[in-house]
Design a protein around this ligand. Sequence first.
Ligand code: PLP
Length: 432
Amino acid sequence: MKLEKSIELYTKGKKHLVGAVNSPVRAFKSVGGVPLFIDRAKGSKIIDVDGNEYVDMVLSYGPMILGHRNSVVEKTIKKYLKKGYSFGASTRGEIILAGMVCDAFPGMDKVRFVNSGTEAVLSAIRLARAFTGKNKIIKFAGCYHGHSDALLVAAGSGLATLSIPGSKGVPEDAVKNTLIAEFNNIDSVERHLAENKDIAAVIFEPIAGNMGVVLPTQEFIEELRELTKASGVLLIADEVMTGFRSKFGGAQELLGIEADITCLGKVVGGGFPVGAYGARNEIMEMVSPLGEMYQAGTLSGNPIAMSCGIATLKELKKRNPYEDFEKTAAFLERVLLDAANENGVDLQVNRFGSMINPFFTKEKVVDFKSAQTSDVKKFKTFFWKMIENGVFLPPSQFESWFLATAMSKRDIYKVKSAIQIAMKAVAKKFKK
Ligand SMILES: *Cc1c(COP(=O)(O)O)cnc(C)c1O
């Protein structure tokens, strides 16, 4: 397959961009080879600068749940573009999107829009500290909550599970108030709560998506809710990935729990930079200008981004694709497992709604440690065979594949045959 133009841009890009990218996963480091440069996308398809066309299962790491350039969404954006790009003053769109978000998440009376998931989470942590007057937070190994200092600990693949910074440049002081627990292990949370009286919040991904897809047990989720409530500790649900994706009301609706603070991003902006955090009135009234917790943003609530978010959520609500997503994901799971069986490849498949993720391991994947038993070399072979056969996957074993409403039966069959070819290639390369 031809990747000449991607190679050329990659070479050029390295001069003035760090690794030729603006977010590290895009550099394809864990699968090797040249990172694809994209020219355009429409519906379920994405096309690189060499003209290769792929079924897109990256979908911008989640936001493009309707697929690319949905006609209703595009019409709305065009209309708003004519009104101006940014005003530094409030607009009607912010009120409309806020209403839609608070309707979807019963635990939210009020919401504040920001520009990214990272910003949503770091503000939510500040809010939990402001509200409780306490300092420490508990996070789970393998959960990713953006790149703010305090949360760059045990933040997914490759980083250690101790309370040591997962990045150079993060001072130990910035993470000394971050305690690490194990996903699906309530005892590990209970221990921290018993040993520390200074805990403001527990933050978690209700369905983990950044160590690959890892599902919580219902018991773990319920105990986590009860335990935090009983200890006077706030529960922060980071639904940046799962919000509007696993269900309109996010993972919380599906799991039947209500967090104290919810963080959103990705789908809520439909491809434009939007993040959000929200909670019940009592908590949100701490935020400036009502309260004394400061948080601001020049471009926050940007009118174009709001219009895209509104149109995306409206379409999503109208189409209610969640059952179809479930069926498609179940089909792909069967395809993956059958192909693995036929070829004698050890494989686990975790999935939830429109998120699905195969792990090249024998071990059931229930937390960060078991996720790491995956053979990333096998994934690498698999990944490039999928690319050759017209399917764009996230270039990492530890990223979820996503579904979009724009995917047709034909697209799914294309994915199926690519999987069968790719699994055969894995078996051939890694003969036992
Ligand atoms: C993507 C993601 C973030 C970070 O969002 P950005 O928009 O990349 O800053 C935070 N939390 C979770 C769960 C995510 O999936």
